[in-house]
Ligand binder design. Sequence first.
Ligand code: ATP
Ligand code: MG
Length: 449
Amino acid sequence: MHRGRIEVPEYIACLLRRLDAQGYTGYLVGGCVRDALLGRCPQDYDIAVGAPPRELLRIFSGYHTVETGARYGTVTVMADGHPVEITSFRRDGTYTDGRHPRTVEYTDSLAEDLARRDFTINAMAYRPDAGLVDPFGGEADLRRGVLTCVGDPRTRFAEDGLRILRAMRFCAVLGFSADAALVSAANACSPLLGEISAERVFSELTKCICGSYVRQVLEVFATPLCTVIPELAPAVGFDQKNPHHIYTVYGHIAAAVAACPPVRVLRLTMLLHDIAKPYVMTEDEVGVRHFRGHQERGAQMAGEILARLTCDRKTAAQVCRLIRYHDLRPAVDRCSIHRYVLKVGGYETALLLTAVRRADLSAQAPAYHNQFSSIDAAESMILQLQREGAPADVRGLAVRGADLLAAGIPSGPQMGQTLAALLEAVADGKVENTREALLLRAGSLILEK
Ligand code: ATP
Ligand code: MG
């Protein structure tokens, strides 16, 4: 961890000098101070200053400014092509809806502005001449890797329930452990998450599950997560009683999320892939549990959950497709893999499924880990077919519907059936994907009928 000085880009120093020249002392605040101290490159820089919003607009009138946040005392200034948020010091008024303070009051006190911030590691300020301003011990928490609220966690979560998800996100991204008081306050205040807009919940949730340290977070914060996704609650503590598994359904989910690459669509898939297991479980006469149909039912539940969370349709559809097919284990010969590509809907999905299968397997009993080689082989075969340009759907065939029409195949359902049959014949290696070969084959298909 860096101590003492923070590297300040010249375009930021320039904005601070401009404020100085007008008699205002501006500070870097929030995420950029935290990230710089951690040696991580800040994504963006925020400045806070004891000047009221109308003063900010005047001082930066020569800059291109975006006034979107003016009501809350924020002016976004374009500096050297970078958007920089410059915010008037504030103190929050009373919260009535668990989301927005009813009033926002401006103040000239940096200490008051820092006191309204969520976590100690986010409540530090810095300027080159003054050094670090750290009234709540944020630097010590950064060094210890502990996330602590500024003030009493129950009060702070009761003011704004989104802070619970932010806590989960910071732990998942930074690998911090949450302080015990924070965790019990998060559990107690979970119902407040119901007040938060689905868009904001989903945005925090996806950042959280894409964190490198997500497994711990899913275990520790199961209660708030199950408030956001109540369908997950039965998975918690659910014994699978099946030789493939060493974890509960929820434990398996947590391990599988962490085991897959930090790509949004994949992490969402793993989070929801086994969600239906408790809903479809049967137990046989020797006490082994089975989950027939959990893939289809899970895909359907995921569709409902993602729509409710305002996930974009394209991502949601892909997640559902990946869940539906997550348990397919194709044989690794060319024909089986080609058929598999057709079934799952193309190369992109087939390749994502190999990542899903690896994550799923690595969160299962080690006795089955010899199956990794079969996944590797399937992936190589998929990539080979893709390189060769093997058709993944009827559009990849060397004949069009119009060609078949000309060859005497009537339009309508029979056309679709013929194209599908040709595609399967190509996958099975029974016919080459050339115009002549396909037309010949189409002719014989008609004669067979
Ligand atoms: P990142 O930009 O990496 O997501 P960040 O900490 O900068 O992380 P922002 O959402 O940009 O997060 O918020 C900037 C700062 O504003 C935070 O560091 C924190 O001090 C404060 N803040 C943001 N949201 C809240 C909140 N809900 N409650 C209290 N303070 C908050
Ligand atoms: Mg930020």
